[in-house]
Design a protein around this ligand. Structure first.
Ligand SMILES: *[C@@H]1O[C@H](CO)[C@@H](O)[C@H](O)[C@H]1NC(C)=O
Ligand SMILES: *[C@@H]1O[C@H](CO)[C@@H](O)[C@H](O)[C@H]1NC(C)=O
Length: 444
């Protein structure tokens, strides 16, 4: 995504109308013959090796498509390309679209390292040696927008609240960078990213009044989705909002994105510092479906493995439960669930009993505060056994919840002896089954 900003440099003074390799006459520029008109087709300049130099001198912003007559993608692109040219011309945008028949202009194709068609390159200020590769969409509006963000500013400067609100209200997805110092290098990164994130509209401001109006005190990039946007002041009474996102106030400044249709929540993956670049990249990634929704998790308690019953949370669950060297028996509970409380002593006793078994872990996880990727927990308590070995096996335990039965289950490697009556009928909130009846039958 990174992109060098091309410095504005003086154009190379190339001898006009002097086809490559021809006479190097001593005429002064004023004596040169009038330059030939470059032919146009559907609003697109048709360039050859003789006219590219001229086009570069005349057009400070020049997009060149290298095409091949036989190439289907090029044929599909042609009408879109012409349409983009027309749209931009109608906006008086100072940008020119051109094309080069690659196979017919082999020198040019070679000069620009064109290996496939179509290839589009964007030339700024006549700089022939460092064109920018066109990476945008291949439809008229996409091409036009990609060019607008290079020829014009990629983010709109916002001077007051009215301008900010107009921008936010006008588009589905608006990203505004609030920067105290527009010379900051984060701003350059922000603008460079804004050049490529075409599905978002970007604004930029350094106005203290706007910082104030949006409750910001430091450099921040905010994503505004349609009219709905949230900047959570963690110093204010916003506990419920934080809870919803599974956030602690100490995490600020941070960023979460929620899709209100799916209620899926997204967090930046790397957890690195919140910078203009990381935020913009994050928004882009979420919108492109490259970020997996995140799951609620408590923090791993420092003493999670100190007591006989180990404490699992979303963040250490995978690692512990699917440890291939351990047999892990987990109780998924809800703090308010009475059956969970009832079985707690048995679970403690079980954990104490197997404390010295290196390969057995008895654990519990508060399933109301920790969401798991592997499965969702619907009833409480839910007991699952994760046997050692590969394959991420999961065995649901649905039998009696007492020490004796648990122990048998563990000793037997995650199954109850075959005399065991079939599973309890599936119930979302399994009740403790009448216990004594089983006890006698289990005796081997
Ligand atoms: C073209 O751009 C590159 C990279 O910005 C720069 O190093 C080079 O000097 C430029 N060439 C001309 C002729 O301006
Ligand atoms: C377990 O069995 C005993 C004796 O039959 C009974 O009194 C007790 O209520 C049972 N406990 C549960 C949880 O069903």
């Amino acid at each position: 995504m990174s992109r060098q900003l091309l410095p504005v440099l003086l154009l190379l003074l190339l001898r006009a109308s002097c086809p490559w390799g021809q006479e190097q006459g001593a005429r002064s520029p004023s004596e040169e013959p009038p330059e030939e008109e470059i032919p146009k087709e559907d609003g697109i300049l048709v360039l050859s090796r003789h006219t590219l130099g001229l086009a570069l001198r005349e057009h400070p912003a020049l997009l060149v498509e290298f095409y091949a007559p036989w190439c289907g993608h090029c044929q599909a692109l042609a009408p879109e390309y012409s349409k983009a040219a027309a749209v931009l011309a109608a906006e008086s945008m100072v940008v020119t679209l051109a094309k080069v028949d690659g196979p017919a202009q082999r020198e040019l194709a070679e000069e620009f390292g064109v290996t496939e068609y179509p290839t589009l390159k964007f030339f700024r200020n006549g700089n022939r040696t460092h064109p920018e590769e066109y990476t945008g969409p291949r439809d008229a509006e996409g091409i036009a927008e990609w060019l607008r963000r290079r020829v014009g500013p990629s983010a709109m400067r916002l001077e007051d609240e009215a301008a900010a609100q107009a921008l936010i209200g006008g588009r589905d997805l608006v990203v505004i960078g609030f920067f105290q110092d527009l010379q900051d290098e984060d701003v350059a990164t922000f603008l460079a990213l804004a050049q490529d994130a075409l599905d978002m509209t970007f604004g930029l401001t350094d106005r203290p009044r706007l910082f104030q109006q949006f409750g910001l005190t430091k450099d921040t990039v905010v994503l505004f989705k349609k009219v709905l946007f949230v900047v959570v002041d963690v110093a204010a009474d916003n506990e419920h909002v934080l809870q919803y996102f599974g956030l602690k106030a100490e995490a600020a400044p941070t960023l979460r994105l929620v899709n209100l249709e799916t209620t899926k929540k997204y967090a930046p993956v790397d957890g690195g510092p919140v910078t203009a670049a990381s935020i913009t990249a994050f928004c882009h990634a979420v919108l492109n479906g490259q970020v997996k929704p995140y799951l609620l998790s408590q923090e791993i308690p420092p003493d999670w493995d100190q007591r006989p019953v180990k404490t699992l949370v979303g963040k250490n669950f995978e690692q512990v439960a699917f440890d291939e060297t351990k047999n892990v028996f987990v109780k998924f509970y809800a703090p308010w669930c009475t059956h969970c409380k009832e079985m707690a002593p048995a679970w403690e006793a079980l954990a104490e009993k197997y404390q010295d078994h290196e390969d057995i872990i008895i654990a519990e996880l508060d399933a109301t505060a920790n969401e798991l990727d592997a499965f969702a927990v619907h009833g409480f308590p839910t007991l699952k056994y994760f046997p050692a070995g590969p394959g991420r096996k999961v065995i649901e335990y649905k039998s009696t919840r007492d020490l004796e039965t648990f122990s048998k289950f563990l000793d037997n490697g995650g199954v109850l002896p075959t005399e065991e009556p079939p599973e309890e009928p599936a119930a979302p909130f399994p009740e403790p089954p009448a216990n004594s009846t089983m006890g006698s039958k289990e005796e081997l």
